[in-house]
Design a protein around this ligand. Structure first.
Ligand code: THU
Length: 134
């Protein structure tokens, strides 16, 4: 699975975005270490706080299907029909990813034509995680 292929899964997932309040449509594609892809979109709510980001949708779909080992996530986002150059995961999603992913987990952002890759440890340094509770 190439980074561009994973980004294209995220582009398709973004089409399902339920975002009537922000019109900011986000798609994510999560790659398991065994090579499976779980996609997700943002799902908004009239109560605003129950809104779920695309990244968490993908993680929760995967974990609820028995997957816990992940190597990368691709994220695409933008208002309406436009794709932003880059959309980084929000702080809550970074924390959720840190529950299951190592520091070298790859976060692939951008568009099919212009990709930027960072690691989870780069965007969530000094994380609080399950090791702290041992
Ligand atoms: N959103 C995501 O789905 N992922 C992000 O990384 C940033 C924000 C969603 C939440 C909300 O539906 C909309 O984008 C505006 O914040």
């Amino acid at each position: 699975m190439t980074d561009v292929e994973l980004i294209k899964f995220a582009v398709s997932a973004r089409e399902m975005s339920y975002s009537p309040y922000s019109n900011f449509k986000v798609g994510a594609a999560l790659l398991t270490k065994s090579g499976k892809v779980f996609t997700g979109c943002n799902v908004e709510n009239a109560g605003f706080t129950p809104t779920n980001c695309a990244e968490r949708t993908a993680v929760f779909k995967a974990v609820s299907e028995g997957e816990r080992e992940f190597s990368a996530i691709a994220i695409v986002a933008g208002k309406g029909d436009n794709l932003n150059d880059l959309c980084a995961p929000c702080g809550v999603c970074r924390q959720v990813l840190s529950e299951f992913c190592d520091g070298d987990f790859r976060v692939i952002m951008g568009t099919p034509d212009n990709i930027k890759v960072v690691t989870l440890s780069e965007i969530l340094p000094y994380s609080f995680n399950k090791n702290d509770l041992k």
